[in-house]
Design a protein around this ligand. Structure first.
Ligand SMILES: NC(=O)c1ccc[n+]([C@@H]2O[C@H](COP(=O)([O-])OP(=O)(O)OC[C@H]3O[C@@H](n4cnc5c(N)ncnc54)[C@H](O)[C@@H]3O)[C@@H](O)[C@H]2O)c1
Ligand SMILES: O=C(O)[C@@H]1CCCCN1
Length: 310
């Protein structure tokens, strides 16, 4: 029995390219929302490690369409002090769907960063206003960097703004990204006039308020993945047209959806399929929770690229 391949973060970083990842994720989102059973993905299990303010998530998924079977195991911790240990750490187990054999154990942290930003970019492609000149990123960590990377690659914003709670993190972000960024001293300064907003904080209370949001803007709400955590206020959740990655996930995990009572208009996959309209002229929110199938598709891409080099 062959041992599984171990694929490092560096190798994942090198092999996982947005140009290949985005179209495959878009198809997977559509297949998931079509409900034709080609993709099987239960809502993830999340275990609370209360003593340390942490969580462990288990995210299995199978796609007959992509012929991929994988499970991401991810931990995420609320930290009240800056730490050299990332808030999110993940590994992806990739299996041979036909025989159930474990093929690879690969870094899931880089996969999480890239696939999450790629899905936000897919939502933004459909939902941003026709004239979108200003991008605002709230948060300055791992997801902020990956979102900056793909959003500046896929779209032509005239200005990119960032706000972060911690100056140390914001300065690191500004040094890390390859391109211009305007560091803002308040959320309000970053948000006023923005056409596309990305919220990627670890906030548990709202940081983005409807009163600052330009009518017709598109918001990718990526943080707040627990039923009692918030990033957006009720006014924004209730006034915007709400899209989600998965209804089931949002209704179980999203405090922004559950606590605001906002009505879900559509899954992103339904927009991809043409089953629901992209109301890009309205103020729109894409609430992203994360899906195991996104990790599985990314892991297959990495493995197939790695295999081709052997
Ligand atoms: N939707 C998805 O698929 C998905 C995937 C991965 C991560 N996430 C979520 O995205 C968010 C960012 O993840 P990350 O990996 O970039 O984390 P990170 O720790 O690298 O960055 C978090 C950022 O939020 C800031 N922050 C922390 N507490 C805050 C608070 N109370 N108010 C405002 N800002 C605060 C930090 O300073 C940092 O800039 C998290 O909520 C994470 O759970 C979502
Ligand atoms: O989908 C993910 O990878 C993340 C895990 C941490 C919580 C938010 N969603």
């Amino acid at each position: 029995m062959a041992m599984p391949v171990l694929v490092s973060a560096e190798t994942v970083e090198k092999l996982l390219q947005y140009g290949e990842l985005v179209p495959r994720l878009e198809v997977a989102l559509g297949k998931f929302s079509s409900g034709k059973g080609e993709i099987v993905q239960p809502v993830r299990s999340v275990l609370a490690i209360e003593k340390y303010n942490g969580y462990l998530g288990v995210m299995p998924a199978y796609s007959a369409h992509d012929d991929v079977l994988a499970t991401k195991i991810v931990t995420f911790y609320l930290r009240d002090q800056p730490s050299s240990i990332p808030a999110h750490q993940a590994s992806v187990l990739l299996f041979d769907p036909e025989h159930g054999t474990l093929k690879a154990v690969m870094d899931g942290t880089v996969i999480t960063g890239k696939r999450t930003a790629a899905v936000s970019a897919i939502a933004t492609k459909f939902l941003k206003p026709v004239q979108a000149d200003v991008l605002c990123i709230l948060g300055s960590g791992v997801q902020a960097v990956s979102h900056y990377e793909i959003f500046t690659e896929m779209f032509s914003f005239k200005e990119v703004r960032v706000w972060g709670r911690t100056k140390e993190n914001v300065d690191r972000f500004a040094r890390t990204v390859r391109g211009p960024v305007r560091v803002c001293s308040s959320v309000k300064e970053a948000v006023l006039g923005a056409d596309v907003i990305v919220t990627v904080t670890m906030a548990t209370e709202p940081v983005l308020f409807a009163k600052w949001v330009k009518p017709g803007a598109h918001i990718n709400a990526v943080g707040a993945c627990r039923p009692d955590w918030r990033e957006l206020d009720d006014a924004l959740m209730k006034s915007a047209v709400l899209y989600v990655d998965t209804r089931e996930g949002a209704m179980k995990e999203s405090g922004d959806v559950i606590l605001s009572g906002a009505e879900i208009f559509a899954e992103l996959g339904e927009v991809v399929n043409g089953d629901k309209p992209a109301l890009h002229e309205k103020t729109t929110v894409f609430k992203s929770l994360g899906m195991g199938i996104q990790d599985a598709v990314a892991a297959k891409l990495v493995f197939d690229s790695w295999n081709a080099q052997q």
